[in-house]
Design a protein around this ligand. Structure first.
Ligand code: TEU
Length: 533
């Protein structure tokens, strides 16, 4: 496998609107990101992934873009962006932007023109049909919205306010390639590509057998032609790194998107864990990891993440954010950073930030949650029961403001935060973490440092053992004569590790541990160890 800079990198995801507010409007901003670059650098991250900051009415927190070539005022100005890019590069880090080109905002001038009349030159920038089919969208009961003015339906994979672009139209593709060059020519280092496998739609939009399985939205014929053309016309002309957000993907499909000889993308996020595993299932997780390793290793690069702005923080969702918050945060960090693939750190996971429970639907912001709540209550279900059922996976869980210190609003804003700060900020914050050598922060910093010093963490093979164990996760990483053994107890119970004699007898120095003493082979709750063999 070719060695490249991005394979050895660790990405830090900045959801800027919740990162640091420097103008008191209650929203984070790009100036705030600039002020905290030294913090990100100190953690050891190599790449900053910035969630969308383009012109947008903010119906879906920037994923509904109305002006691709501007910065939304909440975030700052184009000058602020250019200063951010310069400051990132000055620290030897790279910046990737979020490319959201499956859909725009319904306030984008293209859509305003397209919907104005059936014979508008931009009508076919979007997908219009006389009839709807039975497909659901991610955020609404139907993917079709009727437009009175021209008596046709338009297609939207997400909210009504997010009409899908028509990628079958070469003019649309040219507009997008041109826009990509606009940002690449500024010197950005690549893109995280939003639901990039949804660009191609099923021919004729046939009704689905089961409309609730929305995988019909992705991986349709034509997608690889579009991505290959994007690579050929734009990406290959720059030294950039691309990661595709690819729901509904299998390892076999994955190789088609990120195979080193495919000329499409460099790596991908799949969602077999975060979209389908509501509660932790160790054996299922191992099966997924093994299938992806066997399917992709040596052909294409995978990514490893357990947190992002769309999913409840792992320490709450799969760990224990009460008596074992620190141990489980460190345990999942060990998992993410020692499995094969590029690790991502989502802002706040490096200090063990948790999910949140607010008392009312009015305390929440996310359009996905609010739409689902409305849809279910409209069916006559009890509103409180609906509300309670949605909270575990609500996306706001991971979007609460970054917790910097114990001052008002956790030092995030002097204004009224757009989303309430998690009340536990007084004991979970960056200031406290930086003052505690035993904190989650320094544990992450150490894992990232080890990655830079030991190629086995990047290019080493993966070989699991104890595959049937429901609590222990044990695997080797090996490269040349360097062999490491990772042993995790992902459970709230103490577990004795019955290791094969040839393994137990060869355990060398403990390179990583999240409990002070790692003596016997009885692992404490969420105990993580990495041994040199
Ligand atoms: O997310 C795609 C999406 O729908 C995710 O919420 C999904 O649950 C999973 O993570 C992917 O299968 C992207 C953005 O990350 C999200 O914030 C946007 O709301 C969405 O696309 C629309 O742009």
């Amino acid at each position: 496998m070719k060695k490249t800079w991005w394979k050895e990198a660790v990405v830090y995801q900045v959801y800027w609107r919740s990162f640091l507010d420097t103008d008191g409007d209650g929203y984070g901003d790009l100036e705030g990101v600039i002020r905290k670059l030294d913090y990100i650098k100190e953690l050891g991250a190599d790449v900053v992934w910035l969630n969308p900051c383009y012109g947008s009415p903010d119906v879906d927190n920037g994923y509904d873009i109305s002006d691709y070539r501007s910065v939304m005022p909440k975030a700052g100005t184009m000058d602020t962006f250019e200063r951010l890019l310069k400051e990132v590069h000055a620290r030897g880090m790279k910046l990737i932007m979020d490319l959201v080109v499956n859909h725009t905002s319904d306030k984008h001038p293209w859509f305003i023109e397209s919907r104005s009349s059936k014979d508008n030159p931009k009508r076919d920038y979007y997908i219009w049909r006389k009839e709807a089919n039975n497909w659901r969208s991610y955020f609404t009961p139907s993917t079709w919205e009727y437009d009175e003015a021209t008596e046709e339906y338009y297609f939207h994979s997400f909210a009504v306010e997010q009409p899908d672009l028509n990628w079958a139209n070469p003019q649309v593709r040219e507009e997008i390639y041109d826009m990509m060059r606009f940002w690449l020519d500024k010197g950005i280092d690549g893109f995280r590509m939003d639901v990039i496998n949804l660009l191609a739609k099923q021919e004729g939009f046939p009704d689905a057998e089961n409309p609730d399985d929305i995988s019909y939205l992705g991986n349709n014929p034509g997608i690889h032609e579009y991505l290959h053309e994007m690579h050929d016309r734009v990406l290959k002309h720059y030294d950039v790194f691309t990661v595709g957000e690819i729901p509904f993907v299998t390892p076999e499909d994955g190789v088609l998107y990120v195979g080193e000889d495919r000329g499409e993308l460099n790596t991908l996020f799949h969602f077999e864990v975060l979209d389908y595993m509501a509660h932790w299932d160790m054996k299922k997780f191992k099966e997924i990891q093994k299938r992806w390793y066997d399917g992709m290793w040596g052909k294409g690069w995978n990514s490893q993440f357990m947190n992002n702005h769309d999913h409840t923080r792992v320490v709450t969702r799969f760990g224990n954010d009460r008596e074992y918050r620190v141990e489980s945060a460190k345990c999942f960090a060990t998992l993410t950073h020692t499995l094969p693939g590029m690790p991502y750190v989502y802002q706040g996971e490096e200090i063990g930030m948790t999910g949140v429970r607010y008392p009312s639907i009015d305390d929440y912001n996310d359009i996905a949650l609010k739409n689902k709540y409305k849809e279910e209550v409209a069916k006559g279900r009890d509103p409180q029961e609906v509300f309670d059922s949605l909270l575990h996976l609500a996306r706001d869980n991971s979007r609460t403001p970054m917790q910097w210190d114990e001052s008002a609003n956790s030092g995030f804003s002097e204004g009224d935060p757009w989303l309430k700060v998690n009340p536990n900020y007084s004991e979970i914050n960056v200031k406290q973490a930086l003052a505690d050598r035993d904190s989650v922060f320094y544990y992450y910093q150490n894992l990232i440092r080890l990655r830079k010093e030991n190629e086995v963490m990047v290019y080493g093979s993966y070989e699991p053992i104890l595959e049937d164990h429901p609590q222990l996760y044990a695997y080797f990483r090996a490269l040349g004569d360097e062999k490491w053994f990772v042993l995790l107890n992902i459970s709230e119970q103490e577990v004795r590790a019955e290791l094969p004699e040839e393994v137990a007898s060869r355990l060398g120095e403990t390179i990583v541990r999240n409990y002070h003493k790692a003596d016997t082979l009885v692992l404490k709750p969420y105990e993580a160890r990495v041994y040199r063999i």
